[in-house]
Ligand binder design. Structure first.
Ligand SMILES: Nc1ncnc2c1ncn2[C@@H]1O[C@H](COP(=O)(O)OP(=O)(O)OP(=O)(O)O)[C@@H](O)[C@H]1O
Length: 364
């Protein structure tokens, strides 16, 4: 897949504050690429630099190998969909979509057929004569999407497009966006702070924190093999517990306490014997066991959620962790019970306790 957008060492300053300081990434043609991160991390700033609403104080952004830093917004051949839809309340669905084409001086019949085609793509034809106040939030977002796509842009940019919708509609619309994006085959840059949304729709995700890219990978890699502790904790739920590395010959172990250590085959060579590490363990990566050579703890909260049960367990080390057990594997454990837990070593992740970067072997 060839690259559509090169972002090379870009810098963004608002007055004297530098919010992005030398960020680089590449977005491939046809992919749905998501910028994901907490509020204030700089995702919208970067998106607005790509479309041209924000100036660029250093570095370069290239579209199809052409530097676009100084090209005005309307000449960049990009379409954008905003959180608040930004469609015109006094125009019908069809007129709103037509608005995007007006500047293009096309003849009437080709405009009409293009608008009809777009209404079909976003499945809004039956509402074409309605004004926005007669449409649901999801339908309004479909109109905004059609208006952005009608000019046949090279890139589609979407800034938190689903945050104004209720939970059920959000899921429905994210599926619709993914289907439409694939049908049109358009390179898309999508901004969200919602990690589940990002996992569900993206081809690749860039996780950002404080203006810095932490990891760029496919959703499953981001979830299973986070490169930093920040990514492990931002995506899904991760408990963090301490351990020490022990190396015996060619074998590596994670030592959790005097009774419990696990052989760990995916530890990188950078990890040294005796090194203190932070281990991230997702709730389902704990096993409640009868083996006493493990970690002891007390269940202080039991939540039965149907398919599984969530426990908050305070370990003897003082850390409280969330543990999920499948209902088929276990009877519900009452609050106050003393339990033993161990980890599933193939699934957990290990980080250097100072740099908070991964100590998992490449490809491990
Ligand atoms: N116009 C502006 N002037 C000054 N500072 C700004 C401006 N826009 C954004 N910032 C600052 O830049 C940083 C990044 O903001 P940005 O809106 O890009 O974050 P974000 O990740 O998109 O967050 P959110 O999800 O809350 O929109 C924040 O510290 C913000 O306060």
């Amino acid at each position: 897949m060839s690259v559509a957008i090169h972002i090379e060492n870009v810098v963004k300053k608002y007055e004297n504050q530098t919010v992005i300081d030398g960020l680089s990434l590449e977005i491939k043609k046809g992919e749905l690429f998501t910028l994901l991160g907490p509020s204030g991390c700089g995702k919208t700033t970067l998106l607005r630099m790509i479309i041209g609403f924000n100036s660029i104080e250093g570095g370069a952004i290239k579209l199809d190998d052409e530097v676009i830093n100084n090209i005005p917004v309307n000449k960049r051949k990009m379409g954008m969909v905003f959180q608040n839809y930004a469609i015109f309340p006094h125009m019908t669905v069809a007129e709103n979509i037509a608005f995007g084409l007006k500047a293009q001086n096309q003849d009437k019949s080709s405009m009409k057929s293009r608008i009809e085609e777009m209404m079909k793509v976003v499945r809004i034809e039956e509402h074409q004569a309605k004004k926005p106040d007669k449409l649901s939030g999801g339908q309004q977002q479909r109109v905004a999407l059609a208006r952005a796509l009608v000019i046949n842009p090279k890139v589609l940019l979407m800034d938190e497009p689903l945050s104004n919708l209720d939970a059920k509609l959000r899921v429905e619309m994210r599926n619709a966006i993914k289907d439409i994006q694939q049908e049109v085959g358009i390179t898309t840059v999508y901004v969200t702070h919602d990690q589940e949304e990002a996992l569900a729709i993206s081809d690749r995700i860039a996780v950002m924190n404080k203006g810095v890219i932490q990891q760029i990978d496919k959703p499953e890699t981001i979830y299973l093999r986070p490169r930093t502790l920040f990514v492990a904790q931002f995506i899904g739920t991760s408990n963090v517990i301490k351990a020490t590395v022990e190396k015996v010959g060619d074998d590596s172990y994670l030592v959790f306490n005097e009774q419990y250590k696990e052989k760990f085959t995916t530890l990188s060579d950078a990890a040294k014997n005796g090194q203190e590490v932070l281990v991230s363990v997702r709730p389902q990566e704990f096993v409640v066991t009868s083996d006493v050579n493990t970690i002891a703890g007390t269940v202080n909260k039991t939540m039965f959620l149907g398919i599984n049960t969530h426990y908050f367990v305070t370990l003897t080390t003082g850390e409280t962790v969330e543990v999920v057990q499948n209902i088929e594997d276990h009877a519900i454990i009452p609050e106050g019970t003393t339990v033993q837990v161990k980890v599933k070593p193939a699934l957990i992740n290990v980080f250097d306790s100072l740099s908070e970067e991964t100590l998992i072997k490449a490809g491990g």
